[in-house]
Design a protein around this ligand. Structure first.
Ligand code: GLY
Ligand code: MN
Ligand code: MN
Length: 450
C-alpha cells in the first residue's frame, strides 16, 4: 500500500487553510497576502537542482510547479476572501520538453482558486490589488528578487497618489501567521506524516538487515534511498547521516564514505520526504550485530533518556519538558559511568553534560525537517497541544580524552523518533524501527540467517 502514489493535490485542505489565513488576517486588520513559491536553482550550466516548492506556498495551494505565487485578499468576510494564483502559461512546445503544466485555467479548476493568471501579469496585478489595502502581508528578506518586486509594486502605487490611490500603511509578516497554523497539523497532514514515518522506519530496518563489516557507509545510504524512493518519497527529507564508529561523534557527518568495521556502532539519521512532509529517524546499532558491554551501557542510557522524554510529552507540558526529562537521565548516567564527576544538581547546573550531549532533544517536524513554529511565547516555552509533531532525539557522544574511561571512546549514540501529541500523551509514529537492544540484535541475527 505504501508504494501507491500519494495524491496530495486534493483541493479541500488547501482551500480550508486559505480561508483560515484570511480569517486570521481579518482579525489583525485585513489586507492582501503574497506567498511566492521557491525559485528554481541552477546546479551548473543548464542543469537544475531537483525542484521543491516553497513549504508555505505548498501548504496553502497544493500546487508544486515553479514560477508561481499566491495572492490572498482577506476581504470583509469568508465570502469576500479571494485566492488568486499566478503560474506558468500552458505551452505546448515547453510541455514536449518539460512535461505537463496546469496553466491558469487548469490550476483554477483543479485547486479551487477564485482566479488564476499567468505569472507575467503578476507585477501589474500586485500593484493593482494592494492599492487602498490596509496591509500587505509579505515576509521580507527571504528572497531578494521577490523583495524587489514588492518594492516596485509599492512604489508604483505611491506614484499614483495624485489619482487617489494609497499604498498599504503596513507590511506584516505573513509567515508568522502561517507558522502558528503549521504548528498544529490537520488530519491530512498527519495521515501523510504517518505514512512517511512507516516508509522511513522500513528504510532503517532495511539498513540494519543489510549492514555487515566490510560494507561502506554509502552502500548503506543507497539502501535507505532505495527504500524511500520505491515507496514514493520524492526526496530524502535531509542529507542522510550514515556514520560508522568515531564518525557518529560528528553530529552533522555526511561524508558517508568510510568502511564499516566489526566492533563499531553505526549511527544512521535518515528520513524520507513524502507529499512534502518530512520524517526524521535516528537508529544506532552494531555493525557486527552484537553490542559490546560499553556500547550497550551508553545505548541503554540514551534509550532510558528517550523513554523519560517521551513520557513528558502531553498537552499542558511545554516544549522544554521532554528535554529536561532526558537531561536528568543522561546526566545521572554520565556520572554513574564516570564520564562526569559531581552531583546530579552540579552537573545540570554547570551544564558539564554538554561535553557528551550538546544538542537539544526536540524540534518541530512537518513540511520542513526543522519545521515552522515558535519555540517560545514571550519568556515561556511553547505549550504542547494535540496534533503538534516533535522529534525526541537524545544522544551521547564520547570523544577520546585522557580523563574519559577508554572503554567508551568513540561511542556515539542517538535514538530519534517522531511524536504526535495526543489528548492523553503522544503517539510515536516511527516506532516500527526497533529500538531495544534485544530487538535490534534479533533482527540482525535473522538477516544473517541465525
Ligand atoms: N536530521 C536532523 C535532525 O535530527 O535534527
Ligand atoms: Mn531531528
Ligand atoms: Mn534526525
Amino acid at each position: 500500500m505504501d508504494s501507491q502514489p500519494l495524491v496530495t493535490d486534493a483541493p479541500s485542505p488547501y482551500h480550508r487553510r486559505r480561508l483560515l489565513l484570511a480569517e486570521r488576517m481579518r482579525q489583525a486588520g485585513g489586507g492582501v497576502a503574497l506567498i511566492p513559491t521557491a525559485p528554481e536553482m541552477a546546479r551548473n550550466r543548464d542543469t537544475q537542482f531537483p525542484y521543491r516548492a516553497d513549504s508555505y506556498f505548498q501548504y496553502l495551494t497544493g500546487f508544486s510547479e515553479p514560477e508561481a505565487a499566491l495572492l490572498l485578499v482577506a476581504g470583509r468576510d469568508a465570502a469576500e476572501s479571494r485566492s488568486i494564483l499566478f503560474c506558468r502559461e500552458k505551452n505546448a512546445e515547453r510541455e514536449i520538453w518539460d512535461g505537463f503544466r496546469y496553466g491558469p485555467d487548469g490550476a483554477r479548476a483543479r485547486f479551487a482558486f477564485e482566479a488564476a493568471h499567468v505569472i507575467a501579469e503578476f507585477d501589474a496585478k500586485l500593484a493593482e490589488l494592494i492599492a487602498d489595502q490596509p496591509a500587505l502581508w509579505f515576509s521580507i528578506g527571504h528572497d531578494a528578487a521577490w523583495d524587489a518586486r514588492v518594492a516596485a509594486a509599492l512604489n508604483k502605487v505611491r506614484g499614483e497618489s495624485r489619482s487617489g490611490k494609497r499604498a498599504p500603511a503596513a507590511i506584516r509578516d505573513v509567515r508568522a501567521e502561517l507558522d502558528a497554523m503549521r504548528l498544529v497539523k490537520d488530519g491530512q497532514e498527519l495521515e501523510i506524516m504517518r505514512r512517511a514515518s512507516r516508509i522511513s522506519a522500513g528504510a532503517h530496518i532495511r539498513a540494519m538487515r543489510f549492514t555487515t563489516p566490510g560494507r561502506y557507509e554509502y552502500e548503506v545510504e543507497a539502501e535507505l534511498l532505495h527504500e524511500f524512493r520505491r515507496h514514493g518519497c520524492e526526496f530524502p527529507a535531509y542529507t542522510p547521516i550514515v556514520a560508522g564508529g568515531a564518525n557518529a561523534c560528528v553530529l552533522h557527518y555526511v561524508g558517508n564514505d568510510q568502511v564499516l568495521r566489526d566492533g563499531d556502532l553505526l549511527l544512521i539519521d535518515a528520513g524520507g520526504e513524502l507529499g512534502g512532509y518530512a520524517s526524521d529517524i535516528t537508529r544506532t546499532f552494531p555493525v557486527g550485530g552484537r553490542f559490546s558491554g560499553p556500547q550497550a551501557d551508553v545505548y541503554d542510557l540514551v534509550l532510558d533518556a528517550q523513554s523519560a522524554a517521551i513520557a513528558a510529552v502531553r498537552p499542558g507540558a511545554n516544549f522544554a519538558d521532554p528535554h529536561d526529562a532526558a537531561l536528568k537521565v543522561l546526566a545521572q548516567g554520565m556520572i554513574d559511568m564516570k564520564l562526569l564527576a559531581g552531583s546530579l544538581d552540579a552537573v545540570l547546573e554547570s551544564e558539564s553534560y554538554k561535553r557528551f550531549y550538546m544538542h537539544r532533544t526536540s524540534h518541530w517536524l512537518g513540511k520542513d525537517v526543522h519545521d515552522a513554529g515558535e519555540y517560545k511565547q514571550g519568556e515561556h516555552w511553547a505549550p504542547l497541544a494535540p496534533e503538534m509533531v516533535l522529534t525526541i532525539e537524545p544522544g551521547c557522544y564520547v570523544r577520546p580524552a585522557a580523563d574519559v574511561p577508554e572503554a567508551f571512546w568513540n561511542i556515539g549514540v542517538r535514538i530519534e523518533d517522531d511524536a504526535v501529541v495526543t489528548a492523553g500523551g503522544c503517539e510515536i509514529i516511527t516506532a516500527e524501527a526497533p529500538r531495544k537492544i534485544a530487538d535490534i540484535e534479533a533482527l540482525m541475527r535473522d538477516a544473517r540467517g541465525g
